[in-house]
Design a protein around this ligand. Structure first.
Ligand SMILES: [Zn+2]
Length: 59
């Protein structure tokens, strides 16, 4: 059975529990999300910029 290391977002302690043993706040998994929403927005911004250029006849 795998246990995951959680971190407290308040006092940054590492624990295997879902609540912090020090302040009782909910702990979070420090793993990054699988997909990056920033890339998605980057694509969106590039698309918008390109469309703006086309409207001005620059592409
Ligand atoms: Zn804490």
């Amino acid at each position: 059975m795998a246990q995951h290391i959680h971190t407290c977002s308040v006092c940054k302690v590492y624990t295997l529990e879902e609540t912090c043993p020090q302040c009782n706040a909910k702990t979070v998994l420090p793993k990054p999300p699988k997909f990056s929403p920033e890339d998605k927005y980057g694509d969106y911004r590039r698309k918008v910029k390109r469309e703006e250029l086309c409207k001005k006849g620059l592409c």
